[in-house]
Design a binder for this molecule. Structure first.
Ligand code: CAA
Length: 383
């Protein structure tokens, strides 16, 4: 079954596109060059409801559906993939676990300001020895009276350093594998918690990515999310949804590159005519447009399944893998159409080309997407 968007979805797209064109596009180059987090843009997105799209109004959200959320990330990424991932990581990874697994008190205290955009959310799973093998988590949480004491560290955490609330995964029962991992809500201000080491990245430079360290951080025991031992399942279910966001980010970056190259090809004259009249260039656009259409349908189909509370893990993995692989191809073709001009700083395809790469890596590499997809077809090999 394929999904086509409704009139309401397209009206919402128009709203996000207008915002992205007016507020983000004019500063995208500067944000990229300076590796600058767009505080003002994020504040305005909060006021417009973009930071809590799929969450209920009673929890501060916009009460819209998952397809609207995908459209928002896509449209923001169409002008700046960094801004797209700020919203995606905040919504899918930083807020969803509280919405889906939090107690009423946790939702009131943490989800409401996140969904309103007053707070920023982040998700800390990856560690130096636990990347694709997320079950290899080494950060520990030991219950001591009314607190869990966290020790360890995380790497490559999107929004970290700007976030107010972090979903952190740590081992509560050692030596039993994934069943020994638990999830916690950690506030930025807790003593012993540090997120001050930021990376200098190839792309998505308007987003911030940082290391986390926990040095005897006291986390109140009421901040345990779900039950002890449920952390790995919470992480996996959260990442299923996150992959719809990253697929949408990849699609938006690719769409931006496609449109830019199309505009250029129509006005760039060689051999006495616009290069868009050359068959070699026309066929590139035919390929690009087909890939964009296919990626969009996969993404909306996965989003629709999630919205309807059906199993969508495989579809999300397919959408993420396909959209990100195609984003690399499309941004590459777009730059090729620009020729030498596309290799020069200041031309947006140069930035789109760099921004696209991470989408094949984070929220599960595309190799791990194959593991997820194949395991539903043929099962997992015995351990
Ligand atoms: N939903 C619910 N439960 C799930 C699940 C899912 N999607 N996936 C796995 N589980 C459950 C399994 O059913 C199993 O439960 P039982 O033990 O009760 O049977 C349990 O979790 C363990 O599953 P596996 O045996 O499959 O676990 P594994 O250790 O072999 O790992 C994996 C599976 C798919 C490789 C997983 O480790 C994985 O997804 N790795 C990639 C991690 C990842 O995506 N990291 C991204 C970090 S965040 C990020 O990138 C953010 C950013 O920057 C923006």
């Amino acid at each position: 079954m394929f999904y086509t968007t409704t009139k309401e979805h397209e009206e919402f797209r128009k709203k996000v596109r207008e915002f992205a064109e007016k507020e983000v596009k004019p500063i995208a180059f500067e944000l990229d060059q300076n590796s600058q987090f767009p505080d003002e843009v994020v504040k305005k997105m909060g006021e417009l409801g973009f930071m809590g799209i799929p969450y209920a109004k009673e929890y501060g959200g916009a009460g819209l559906d998952v397809i609207s959320y995908a459209i928002c990330v896509e449209e923001l990424s169409r002008v700046d993939g960094g801004v797209g991932v700020i919203v995606s990581a905040h919504t899918s990874l930083g807020s969803y676990p509280i919405s889906a697994f939090g107690t009423e008190e946790q939702k009131k205290k943490y989800l409401v300001p996140l969904a309103k955009g007053e707070h920023i959310g982040a998700f800390g799973l990856t560690e130096p020895n636990a990347g694709s093998d997320a079950g290899g988590t080494e950060t520990t949480a030991v219950l001591d009276g009314d607190y869990y004491i966290l020790n360890g560290g995380k790497i490559f955490i999107t929004n970290a350093g700007k976030a107010d609330t972090y979903i952190i995964f740590a081992v509560t029962t050692p030596n039993i594998g994934t069943k020994g991992i638990s999830a916690f809500i950690v506030e930025a201000g807790y003593e012993g918690f540090d997120a001050s080491m930021h990376y200098d990245k190839l792309g998505i430079r308007s987003s911030i990515t940082s290391e986390l360290s926990f040095n005897n951080v006291k986390v109140p025991k009421e901040n345990l999310l779900g039950k002890e031992g449920e952390g790995f399942r919470i992480a996996m279910m959260t990442l299923d949804g996150g992959r719809i966001g990253i697929a949408s980010q990849a699609l938006g970056i690719a769409q931006g590159a496609y449109e830019s190259a199309l505009g250029y090809a129509k006005q760039r004259v060689q051999f006495g005519k616009p290069i868009s009249a050359l068959e070699s260039i026309q066929f590139k656009f035919a390929e690009m447009a087909t890939k964009l259409r296919a990626a969009r349908l996969l993404i909306y189909s996965a989003a629709e399944l999630k919205q309807n509370h059906e199993d969508y893990s495989v579809e999300a993995a397919m959408a993420k893998k396909f959209a990100s692989d195609k984003a690399l191809e499309i941004t590459n073709d777009a730059l090729q159409i620009y020729g030498g001009s596309g290799f020069i700083k200041g031309i947006d395809v140069e930035r789109f080309y760099r921004d696209a790469k991470i989408t094949t890596i984070y929220e599960g590499t595309n190799e791990i997407m194959n593991v997820v997809i194949a395991s539903h077809i043929v099962g997992r090999p015995p351990k």
